[in-house]
Design a binder for this molecule. Structure first.
Ligand code: GLU
Length: 300
């Protein structure tokens, strides 16, 4: 009997260039896949078309290649996956899990409490649209049972979806599919066995496991890496003007990302090929820190 293969992925949103925080997620997911002799897929999360650009997607792929990342097969683009999302939404609608919501942002803001990830939708349209409202978004019904999973680094995480998140959106008022639905459908389509990504997405994972269960899809294991912060304690992102990765400094940046993840560091490595051989051999999940408050610039 052969063990099932390890299949990992890196799923950047092409809303801006890769920065140090993206490099940490790419490095962690890549080394974990390589250390398992597994596959590593790249998926462009360009489902939110107005915020994404094909130019940025190409820039991201060029940057990954310049850093020596090698992915399995063709890159998956969420913008080409709408039929699969439509099928999944239909499956949930047929089973009675989805309802149309006609509330405007203002109405939701007025009547909601703050939860783990923004406003908790109060369920105003659960039993039918409020009179005079047209259907806008499609939401999934949640329950309030604790939904728990064991993260390989962050430990046990539990969430009560109904009170901490609320019935969440699967199809937005502008017709676009929501990240939560797209990620679940695509992780299953790629056969992902473990999701390694930044801990900023930890609060999304119970929603994703909930959808996997409703859709009858397998749940991968999860490992949420510490998130890189800037000097003001904010997550590095396009919004916080994180600096784009300099492809001419691939080796020192990879070395910094290793240090950030509390992995061994070597400064005498001359080539990317040598770096990847060595980094795969020394990669250790046990050494990973749960959180980092600094940028760990140890090998500049
Ligand atoms: N596209 C998301 C991001 O760039 C990552 C989603 C995921 O890894 O599940 O933050």
């Amino acid at each position: 009997m052969t063990a099932s293969p390890y299949i990992g992925r890196f799923a950047p949103s092409p809303t801006g260039p890769l920065h140090f925080g993206s490099l940490v997620a790419a490095l962690g997911s890549y080394l974990q896949a390589r250390a398992h002799g597994g596959q590593w897929h790249v998926r462009m999360e360009d489902v939110d078309t107005p915020r994404c650009s094909p130019v940025m997607a190409d820039d991201i792929l060029r940057t990954l290649a310049a850093f020596g990342f090698e992915w399995t097969g063709a890159v998956m683009y969420q913008s080409q996956r709408l039929a699969a999302y439509r099928t999944a939404l239909q499956q949930l609608q047929d089973a009675g899990w989805v309802y149309a919501c006609g509330c405007s942002r203002l109405e939701i803001a007025d009547s909601s409490v703050h939860g783990i990830d923004g406003l908790v939708y109060p369920g105003s349209c659960r039993d039918g649209l409020i009179q005079g409202h047209l259907p806008r978004a499609q939401r999934v019904r949640t329950d309030d049972l604790p939904l728990c999973f064991d993260d390989a680094l962050q430990g046990r995480v539990c969430q009560r979806l109904a009170s901490e998140v609320g019935d969440f959106v699967l199809n937005r008022a502008d017709g676009l599919f929501a990240y939560q639905l797209a990620v679940v459908v695509d992780d299953a389509a790629l056969g992902i066995t473990e999701v390694v990504r930044g801990a900023d997405l930890l609060a999304s994972t119970p929603r994703q496991i909930y959808l996997q269960r409703l859709l009858g899809l397998p749940t991968p294991t999860y490992l949420h890496l510490p998130v890189a912060l800037n000097a003001d304690g904010q997550k590095l992102s396009k919004q916080t003007q994180a600096r784009a990765l300099n492809v001419d400094a691939a080796l020192p940046l990879l070395c910094q990302a290793m240090a950030f993840l509390n992995q061994p560091v070597r400064e005498d490595i001359a080539t990317l090929a040598e770096f990847w051989r060595w980094a795969t051999a020394v990669w250790s999940v046990a050494a990973l820190p749960q959180a980092r408050g600094d940028n760990a610039m140890l090998c500049t």
